[in-house]
Design a protein around this ligand. Structure first.
Ligand code: RUB
Length: 317
């Protein structure tokens, strides 16, 4: 049966797929909000139809981008909070869990920011990669604590999310040096902390983040610069506890090589992975709203948070 999907869901799904909405926490927030709109607008007449509609909306959102685990974690949170025997009860429960989820997301980002800020000293220079709201929360708190922070911002090819980071830091008055990705090793000698976010953290402590993070981490380790990953617990990937791996999104080749330039070069293969995996041995600390963890011990937190819940996905029919 065709389910009524609200335009707010279709629009959010398109915006996530096209990266108009991007970054793991922002994607999770937008997906939860879209489920809330679906619940508010639903014309379903029976509880069964309402539940089916919510599952269909969640599936559409889930299919947009495969790597950021915050997206399925958000959908799980909202759908698992759906309860009641009538459509109005179901609707109210979904709206309630969407609001709760979004509040917790903000709160978690704020709390981890304070913990991450404690690692930064007055006068420190950080190096960033991509644009992470969790990572920037650490800087915001350090500034609020009266510390002076400078930033070396990697451009982050091919989508140049470094520009978003640079703009935000400048709004906060942070001195910014923008560099191309290839210059990172040279500027590590002027860096006190590498500070990045995460799209997913695996049970072994591996960090999945924007392509280029792993090379940066290896170089930083070689230069003796600590690497800190700011990632609220929404980024912990429950499936990796039972042996699943994290799918790395491959994006359109034209992000790297537009058609006209490709024609001029001739026949080439182009690969455009959006993310990579940094092994735990190159990471000094994962900073969450529950405290900071050496990557190898993150599994303890995952066991506490997820237990052994693993019984199918709430959006499956
Ligand atoms: C974004 C990216 C960010 C993480 C964390 O990739 O890799 O570092 O998502 O961001 P893309 P946040 O631009 O391809 O979505 O801390 O805001 O969740």
């Amino acid at each position: 049966m065709e389910r009524e999907i609200h335009p707010a869901v279709t629009d959010a799904a398109d915006d996530i797929a096209e990266m108009e909405i991007r970054g793991a926490a922002t994607i999770a927030d937008a997906a939860a909000a879209a489920l809330g709109e679906q619940a508010k607008a639903s014309a379903a007449e029976t509880p069964t139809a309402f539940r089916a509609e919510m599952r269909a909306a969640a599936r559409q959102l889930h299919e947009t981008r495969p790597t950021a685990v915050s997206l399925p974690n958000a959908l799980r949170y909202v759908l698992r909070g759906m309860s009641g025997d009538t459509v109005p009860e179901l609707r109210a429960s979904v709206i309630g869990s969407v609001n709760e989820f979004r509040r917790e997301l903000d709160q978690a980002q704020d709390n981890l920011g304070q913990i991450g800020a404690n690692r930064l000293r007055d006068g420190d220079t950080i190096m960033t990669h991509c644009h992470s709201t969790d990572a920037l929360s650490c800087v915001r708190h350090a500034l609020a604590d009266g510390k002076e922070i400078s930033a070396i911002v990697k451009e982050t090819r091919p989508r140049k999310q470094g520009h978003i980071t640079a703009r935000q830091l400048r709004e906060w008055g942070v001195p910014v040096t923008l560099i191309v990705d290839n210059a990172a090793r040279r500027y590590l000698d002027d860096t006190d902390h590498v500070l990045v976010g995460a799209d997913a953290i695996a049970a072994d402590g591996s960090v999945i983040n924007k392509i280029g993070t792993s090379g940066l981490a290896v170089n930083a380790r070689e230069r003796g610069v600590p690497i800190m990953v700011a990632a609220q617990t929404l980024k912990l990937h429950p499936g990796t506890m039972t042996g699943h791996t994290v799918e790395i999104e491959m994006r359109d080749e034209r992000e790297i090589l537009p058609d006209d330039e490709r024609e001029a070069i001739g026949e080439v293969t182009v690969e455009n992975p959006a993310f990579d995996v940094t092994p735990p041995r190159y990471v000094d600390a994962i900073v969450t709203e529950r405290g900071q963890f050496p990557p190898e011990s993150i599994v303890t937190l995952m066991r506490e948070l997820f237990g052994d819940q693993h019984s199918g996905e709430p959006w499956d029919e």
